[in-house]
Design a protein around this ligand. Structure first.
Ligand code: PLP
Length: 444
């Protein structure tokens, strides 16, 4: 990439890009690491603080990725660092499932943060373990009611992780070919994409999907749970509110549990503590990860007492469950959100971000639309545009050269999710960079 040197308040690009040494690192890793970990943009991170990322030449970028919607409370957050240090200084890195104080402090705090109706939690390390655990809990609940009540309803286009049940629940057919069989008790409903379904006709859309499903199964006797990604990830696409309300009603009538996969939406990302709160319903279970640990591996399922207590002692635990370092980080994340009012910050700054992006969208009619809420936004481009894939890759690379990191989804969308601590000024600088490069790359 050819690039200019740039020195601004939030950005400092002082070397050629990729920074010298980046390709060497890529090559070293290519030799020794699974191919599945590769394909990233050409930037080797050295450090990250607040809403800035620094590469190996000390180039400074505004971060609109939060790594991958993880650094909600800001990169290398001081409270997280200090809580982890305190735990380290006590010589306490691991305790397996032996009880300890930090675990009690954290889980009590977490449940309160999740709100009324959430009484217990189970902690793990990765998001996919959390969706896997929720799958297990929903099935255990179903089997307890009726032997055949095993069915899980999921959605086309949703995504829940890379382990077995998570992939089976996900909507991407090509990603799950390796599974080798189709679980006849997992059913995918069509997603109510906003370009196909309005809020007003969304109930009818749901009724039609359920009618179709009912030709194969009996809701009450066969279905134990619904797994919902709070918004469909690649496009930050929320469901119509009426759709979710109706779905929740159907679930209540048929003794079906609702789980929200809050991996990206949780921990204040969308302007609420959890994304499900936009829909005005109460899930039975929520799956969390990413922002939950603020950069430290931490995930969990939070829900009703009777559901979390379904597994026998030892039937749902992991070597790293409730690790003291992870719990210290998790506690710091919630305290940081509360002390800095980051949920509200996400809402307020989200309005600024979305306004700026919508202004660009208006300039280039029919090029892209803006979706999302709070500090998550996706620009979904018109996929009929010539060479859209390569042009979007060029857009992301051009923004890197100008000092801005964004999420390249590999589809017809670009995703933006800065740390919730980002300044309003930095949002303006970043959106100017996006505008400049969109106008340059889509100049036809
Ligand atoms: C909605 C959703 N669910 C589950 C996962 C899986 O989380 P992890 O990568 O931590 O296993 C992700 C990760 O991107 C996600 O976005």
């Amino acid at each position: 990439m050819e690039n200019k040197k740039i020195k601004l308040k939030h950005i400092n690009i002082k070397s050629i890009l990729p920074a010298p040494g980046t390709n060497n690192l890529f090559n070293r890793l290519k030799k020794v690491e699974s191919r599945s970990m590769h394909g990233q943009l050409p930037i080797a991170w050295k450090s990250a603080k607040d809403f800035y990322v620094y590469d190996i030449s000390g180039n400074k970028f505004i971060d609109f990725t939060s790594t991958i919607f993880v650094a909600n409370v800001g990169h290398s957050n001081n409270r997280i660092k200090s809580y982890i240090k305190k735990t380290l200084d006590k010589n306490f890195l691991h305790s397996y499932v032996y009880i300890n104080k930090i675990r009690a402090d954290y889980i009590e705090k977490l449940i309160k943060f999740a709100g009324k109706g959430f009484q217990k939690a189970f902690l793990m390390s990765s998001g996919t373990e959390a969706t896997e655990a929720a799958f297990k809990l929903m099935r255990m609940y179903g089997i307890k009611k009726k032997k055949r009540k095993l069915g899980i309803i999921c959605f086309e286009g949703n995504w829940h992780g890379r382990t077995l049940a998570a992939q089976m629940m996900s909507g991407n057919e090509s990603q799950k070919k390796w599974v080798g069989f189709k679980d006849k008790n997992i059913h995918h409903l069509p997603f109510p994409y906003p370009w196909d379904v309005s809020d007003l006709n969304s109930e009818k859309f749901l009724e039609d999907s359920i009618l179709k499903l009912k030709k194969k199964i009996n809701l009450k006797k066969d279905i134990c749970g619904v797994m919902i990604e709070t918004f469909q990830g690649w496009g930050a696409l929320f469901y119509p509110k009426r759709y979710i309300k109706k779905l929740s009603k159907i679930c209540k009538q048929n003794d079906i549990l609702i789980t929200f996969d809050e991996m990206q939406a949780g921990f204040s990302r969308t302007g609420k503590n959890f994304g499900f709160q936009h829909y005005g319903i109460k899930p039975d279970l929520i799956c969390c990860g990413k922002g939950m640990g603020g950069g430290v591996p931490l995930s969990g399922v939070i829900g009703r007492r009777d559901l979390l207590d379904l597994p026998e002692i030892g039937n749902m635990s992991s070597t790293n469950s409730a690790n003291p370092i992870s719990c210290s980080a998790g506690l710091a994340v919630i305290e940081e959100i509360q002390k800095k009012n980051l949920t509200n910050q996400s809402k307020i700054k989200g309005v600024i971000l979305h306004n700026e992006l919508n202004k660009i969208s208006k300039l280039k009619k029919n090029l892209f639309k803006v979706y999302g809420k709070g500090l998550i936004a996706a620009l979904i481009f018109n996929k009929t545009i010539k060479n859209i894939d390569s042009r979007l890759k060029s857009l992301v690379e051009a923004c890197i050269k100008d000092g801005l990191l964004m999420v390249y989804t590999g589809r017809e969308s670009i995703k933006l999710g800065p740390p919730l601590t980002i300044s309003k000024d930095a949002i303006k600088v970043a959106t100017k960079i996006i505008k400049k490069n969109i106008l340059k790359i889509f100049n036809d």
